[in-house]
Design a binder for this molecule. Structure first.
Ligand code: CTP
Length: 406
């Protein structure tokens, strides 16, 4: 079920509906009467393939105000206005959507959208707290341009982000607890680009999806998140996350060093280039003759390893949790786990998330599988699942370490 509140962001619900329909879900749209002032019922009907009404007293013989909630496997309310949050928190059932919210026993996700003043008002915050205490997920809004000239927290997160969070709840209904409130998390994501000349670079296939999923989920679990992003497949900034953009491995390293002292957890999900060109040509390299000029490479700093070394020297807090990522294949020397255990030992991080690279795992795809290895000897298998589901497991493991060091 997609509930739509009466705010200007109601049109963005259309993208969420479309995304779920394209993924093969049966979608029912439940707009409020005010939502229908922004987007016509015909649009929702065409997108979902079902009739749409805000009224309880329509199609009464089929008892829709009870049936929709009972049948739902997921309810996503986007945008959730201040008024809609208030009515839901009060348990009102004065339209089809709020009645459905009372009968639904599946995961319910509210994506608020309103002006900053309304979002920050104690009444709204109390309603959000009530809904969360009852088990609903109330998404942190994004910051940015609001309806007028003003900007601040209260913007609806990108439709694809809301759809992904809802999809995660279908996979794992308990994936978004508020267990990271007060925790500061630094995540790196994406690939790096090492320039060769003004137009060419050495890069890699990392899309950034895994690291973005970690950052997005950490923020939605209540953490204060900074994302140091390298190059990505054009991913939108996750809501409620501060994004620092970098291009080369050196820039990423500098950003991480600067920020690592101010956080509790560092998650190094970026695919950082191990080498860079020793000399970057100031002008475009020309093809002269048949033989190409060799490109001489030199080592980049291993950011993860140097974080561990800095902590060891006492220049970073001893309770800083450091999480590394590795993509491994087996070879004649050993299987994926063999290589992963060696990497955990050599890097010295607290957790190593291992992607088992097979056809369709790890790069530019939406699913992964592997293990999370801990220096304490724990080895948790990660069943094949979305990058969001993997991210939620990674945060579970980090949260467990944090609770031990408290
Ligand atoms: N990493 C880093 N700085 C680098 C290279 C990698 O911080 N210069 C981090 C990545 O963010 C990731 C982990 O190290 O968390 C990956 O380990 P790495 O040794 O780079 O993996 P591979 O490049 O696959 O190494 P190898 O080829 O030795 O298997």
């Amino acid at each position: 079920m997609i509930g739509v509140g009466g705010g200007i962001a109601a049109y963005k619900a259309c993208s969420i509906i479309r995304r779920y329909v394209e993924d093969g879900h049966q979608v029912r749209v439940l707009p409020t009467a005010s939502a229908l002032k922004f987007v016509g019922a015909a649009t929702f009907e065409a997108l979902s393939g079902h009739t749409v009404s805000a009224e309880i007293f329509e199609d009464v013989p089929h008892v829709p105000h009870v049936r929709f909630g009972q049948e739902a496997e997921l309810v996503v309310v986007a945008p959730a206005t201040a008024d809609l949050l208030a009515r839901a928190a009060n348990g009102q059932a004065d339209d089809l959507l709020t009645a459905t919210l009372l009968t639904a026993r599946c995961p319910v996700l509210f994506a608020p959208a309103m002006h900053t003043e309304m979002w920050e008002h104690p009444a709204t915050q109390a309603n959000v707290a009530t809904l969360r205490a009852r088990g609903a997920v109330v998404v942190e809004p994004a910051s940015g341009r609001l309806t007028g000239a003003d900007s601040g927290p209260g913007r609806l997160p990108e439709p694809e982000e809301i759809a992904a969070l809802g999809q995660l709840l279908l996979e794992r209904p308990d994936a978004l607890p508020r267990d990271l409130v007060g925790v500061r998390v630094l995540v790196t994501a994406g690939g790096t680009r090492e320039p060769l000349d003004p137009v060419r670079f050495l890069g890699n296939r990392s899309s950034g999806k895994q690291g973005y999923a970690v950052a997005r989920l950490a923020a939605q679990r209540g953490a204060k998140v900074t994302l140091v992003a390298g190059t990505t497949a054009g991913l939108p900034d996750p809501a409620a996350v501060k994004v620092v953009r970098t291009t080369t491995a050196q820039q990423m390293g500098e950003a991480v060093v600067q920020l690592a002292g101010q956080v509790d957890v560092v998650v190094m999900a970026a695919a950082v280039a191990d080498f860079r060109a020793k000399a970057v040509s100031a002008t475009k390299i020309k093809k002269t003759g048949e033989e190409p000029e060799p490109v001489i490479l030199e080592r980049n700093e291993d950011i993860l390893a140097s974080l561990v070394a800095t902590r060891k020297r006492g220049e970073l807090p001893s309770d800083l949790t450091i999480v590394g990522f590795a993509a491994e294949t087996g070879d004649e020397r050993g299987d994926v786990l063999f290589h992963a255990r060696r990497k955990l030992a050599s890097k010295g991080c607290d957790l190593l998330v291992v992607n088992a690279v097979t056809e369709g795992n790890a790069f530019e795809v939406d699913e992964n599988a592997g293990w999370i290895l801990g220096t304490d000897g724990t080895e948790t298998a990660l069943a094949r699942g979305s990058k969001a589901a993997i991210a939620s497991r990674v945060l579970d493991a980090a949260a467990t370490l944090l609770s031990r060091s408290e």
